[in-house]
Design a protein around this ligand. Structure first.
Ligand code: GLC
Length: 425
């Protein structure tokens, strides 16, 4: 049975593979997306090691001079997606967007390295990537933490990858919509509009893009100029886990300066992450840097923090929180607590289950000794695939497939779940 799932998943990876990068799915997302690629490479390595390295190398070939690795690379034109390169206008030879995405590359590189059988090639390729990864991590603390708090902020919801989470509703009230040029959305032509962000949210996404473009994408200015500066625990946890893996890999390869710099970032970042713990709801929550307030919104951003090497007491509390939600949702882990008034089981990041998020939470919990809950997450993830196919996301109560179909990173996570649990067994 699991062999059958693996071969179906591998077919999807192949279908979406354009040779040196993979699209998330044809139609809805026809370019290279940053964290999609990194998580996809985790599965590619089982079939073709060289191909997995290429996925990451292609991404880093488009790193900006300041260190940022953009969230989309527009390798070739396709007008089925909005906002395209003309809206971003970042002035690059191969156009890219002007914002970033969760930095899971450091984690992915370490995994690919450890799984590679061609040790010489793996060392050489990892060694070439390490300074670039460090440069990206440094960029976060320089440009997205100008007051040196130890936590990186995001300045656009798309940077967290949780585009329309309830977490962004209140700060979005501060984002105006005047001056937004008329546009035609494409996402609602590829997917059910009831599963997608609203028009009011889209106008604010575009206002922010226009604002940053007016500042020539100068990252020394954007953070302070943005009315939207949110510190997301999940995003910072991904950064910290990648930093940890970078430190360990660098050590293994004798790159001691990179290892030392990464260890210092890790220590500071982990202490700062603790300031986002919210005892009232038993998980981490977002911090609104403009207002100076810790939010009380029960989204999966604060549960995803389990991906970082947090204290075992915290991992246990998060495992408890997931178990509690399981009592009133069929499938772990909803992207928003179904008991909250803002929950919407089919709309993008306002309730549905996403396999990539499940994978990262389960991975962190298993490392922290919370294997029971990690196993529940894995079982639920695979049950969803058997029931509803390789969708973009799933309703946590009914298990219905939502958003786009034949989704690359969903397929990659299926392969990863099955292969990793065999590795442990
Ligand atoms: C959506 C998701 C984002 C993802 C992208 C491509 O924008 O919210 O996380 O990277 O689609 O799959």
């Amino acid at each position: 049975m699991s062999e059958n799932l693996i071969s179906k998943a591998a077919e999807i990876l192949k279908l979406n593979d354009l040779g040196h990068y993979t699209v998330p799915t044809h139609g809805l997302y026809p370019f290279q997306w940053n964290w999609d690629s990194c998580l996809t490479a985790l599965a590619q390595v089982y079939f073709d090691e060289a191909r997995a390295w290429v996925e990451i190398e292609t991404l880093f070939a488009h790193q900006w001079d300041d260190g940022m690795v953009p969230h989309i690379i527009f390798h070739k034109m396709d007008d089925g997606y909005f906002p395209g390169p003309d809206v971003w206008s970042t002035g690059r030879d191969v156009p890219t967007s002007g914002i970033t995405q969760p930095p899971v590359a450091g984690f992915a590189i370490r995994q690919i390295f450890s799984r590679s059988k061609d040790r010489d090639a793996a060392s050489e390729r990892a060694r070439a990537l390490l300074p670039k990864v460090l440069k990206w991590h440094e960029w976060f603390y320089r440009c997205r933490d100008p007051r040196d708090s130890g936590l990186a902020a995001i300045i656009h919801p798309w940077e967290t990858g949780r585009d329309n989470s309830v977490d962004w509703d209140a700060p979005f009230e501060r984002v105006p919509t005047d001056g937004v040029l008329p546009f035609v959305r494409r996402d609602t032509q590829h997917a059910n509009p009831a599963h997608r962000p609203t028009q009011a949210q889209y106008e604010r996404y575009i206002w922010l893009v226009q604002k940053f473009r007016s500042l020539n994408w100068n990252n020394e200015l954007l953070h302070d100029a943005s009315p939207f500066q949110m510190v997301d625990p999940g995003f910072n946890a991904i950064l910290l886990r990648s930093i940890q893996e970078t430190a360990e890999l660098a050590e293994e390869l004798g790159e001691h300066d990179i290892a030392a710099a990464s260890k210092a970032q890790l220590e500071k970042g982990l202490a700062a992450l603790e300031t986002l713990w919210n005892d009232d709801i038993g998980q981490y929550t977002c911090y609104d840097r403009v207002m100076g307030e810790l939010s009380s919104i029960p989204s999966v951003g604060g549960i995803l923090a389990a991906f970082a090497p947090i204290k075992s007491e915290r991992a246990a509390q998060i495992a408890g929180r997931i178990s509690a939600m399981k009592d009133y949702s069929t499938y772990a882990v909803p992207s928003h607590d179904p008991k909250d008034a803002e929950y919407d089981g089919e709309r993008y990041w306002r309730g549905p289950v996403w396999l990539i998020v499940n994978y990262m939470i389960a991975n962190g919990l298993a490392r922290a000794g919370q294997s029971d809950v990690a196993n529940v997450i894995e079982n639920d993830s695979l049950t969803l695939i058997e029931k509803s196919g390789f969708a973009e996301y799933y309703d946590p109560i009914t298990g219905a497939p939502c958003g786009g179909g034949q989704f690359t990173w969903t397929a990659a996570m299926v392969i990863e779940f099955i292969k990793q649990s065999k590795a442990v067994a």
